[in-house]
Write a protein that binds this ligand. Structure first.
Ligand code: IPM
Ligand code: MG
Length: 358
């Protein structure tokens, strides 16, 4: 029996996760031995326990084969000290489970080609996979903090640090990902300025010898940010550091014009994973039944593929999402002329209907 921990979190998290749970029920009905339980994370956890990541949640997550997360955060918790903000719950899960490999696909659905702010001819057929290092770099490096200098002035500081083994393990995931796709890997760094990423480039280059079927290239992050809007289809797989990946993955998601469609996976060495939509908690529309549940539903598909060894079921979910788009159903975030606007639950039900009718 495979165990899933479901963490709805904050904002639109509970609504979109509820639709994904309908899909989990379908998966179970297909005969896959899964069970799930719910846990607390983020602001919701802080409100109940005083911590955005209660010990119990971390234990539940460690005992699970996979975690399905909605979203965390919202204006309500912004005044809190950074150490107990909802985002700390997410970062604590990443480091507590050692989820060092973050896969963030940016796919343009042909049905939604008009949704991008870029010209259709620039983005049509877009299919990029960003492999972001997730448990190291400047997000976690020590020392960090704000200190007071002798002259009384305060100084903030963080540390960008990567060991060779940290670079190598994310590199392996990226090369293997590229091997299963179109065989092109672009490593993004700032090796012209930062020693740490000079080492990053060196380790990636050495690693490439083990993957003769993958073509490795290197790009500085500023250029990569520009190339992503200039000619995004030049990219197949991108591998980069925690912070560069944070920034570039938002940029790549926006190229598709439908951040509400994009799932993600965060994996450790044991194949355990946390799966979540790329979009955030969208507090402005929370509780209104307007949120797009498709990214969370597609996160279930990624979970089936990467942690539950059920790629066929994953494929069926992805097909069902495609069929719902073909039917012209759209939540407000992807609404277009001539389509039929639906709410969160209606969209989830439509995916379920497509699954059942297949
Ligand atoms: C993301 C988010 C997080 C990050 C925040 C919420 C801590 O932006 O998953 O991209 O910076 O990693
Ligand atoms: Mg981000």
């Amino acid at each position: 029996m495979k165990k899933i921990l479901v963490l709805p979190g904050d904002g639109i998290g509970p609504e979109i996760v509820a639709e994904a749970v309908k899909v989990l029920s379908w998966v179970r009905d297909q005969g896959l031995a899964i069970e799930w339980e719910e846990g607390l994370v983020g602001g919701a956890a802080y409100d109940e326990t005083g911590s955005p990541l209660p010990e119990e949640t971390l234990e539940q997550a460690k005992a699970a084969d996979a975690v399905l997360l909605g979203a965390v955060g919202g204006p309500k918790w912004e005044p809190l000290d950074i150490s107990v903000r909802p985002e700390k719950g997410l970062l604590g899960l990443r480091s507590g489970l050692n989820l060092f490999a973050n896969l963030r696909p940016a796919i343009l659905y042909p049905q939604l080609a008009e949704a991008s702010t870029l010209k259709p001819e620039v983005v049509s057929g877009l299919d990029i996979m960003i492999v972001r290092e997730l448990t190291g770099g400047i997000y976690f490096g020590q020392p960090r903090g704000v200190r007071t200098l002798e002259n009384g002035e305060r100084e903030g500081f963080n540390t960008l640090v990567y060991s060779e083994s940290e670079i190598e393990r994310i590199g392996r995931v990226a090369f293997e990902t590229a091997r299963r796709r179109n065989g092109r890997l672009c490593s993004v760094d700032k090796a012209n300025v930062l020693e740490c990423t000079e080492l990053w480039r060196e380790v990636m280059t050495v690693l490439a010898a083990n993957y003769p079927d993958v073509e490795l290239s290197h790009m500085y992050v500023d250029n990569a940010a520009m190339q992503l809007v200039r000619a995004p289809r030049q990219f197949d797989v991108i591998v980069t550091t925690n912070m560069f990946g944070d920034i570039l993955s938002d940029e790549a998601a926006m190229l598709t014009g439908s951040i509400g469609m994009l799932p993600s996976a965060s994996l450790n060495e044991k194949g355990q994973g946390m799966y979540e939509p790329i979009h955030g908690s969208a507090p402005d529309i929370a509780g209104k039944g307007l949120a797009n549940p498709l990214a969370t539903i597609l996160s279930v598909a990624m979970m089936l593929r990467h942690s539950l060894e059920a790629p066929k079921l994953a494929g069926r979910i992805e097909q069902a999402v495609g069929r719902v788009l073909d039917q012209g159903l759209r939540t407000p975030d992807i609404m277009q002329a001539g389509a039929k606007e639906v709410g969160t639950a209606e969209m989830g039900d439509a995916v379920l209907a497509a699954l059942l009718d297949n």
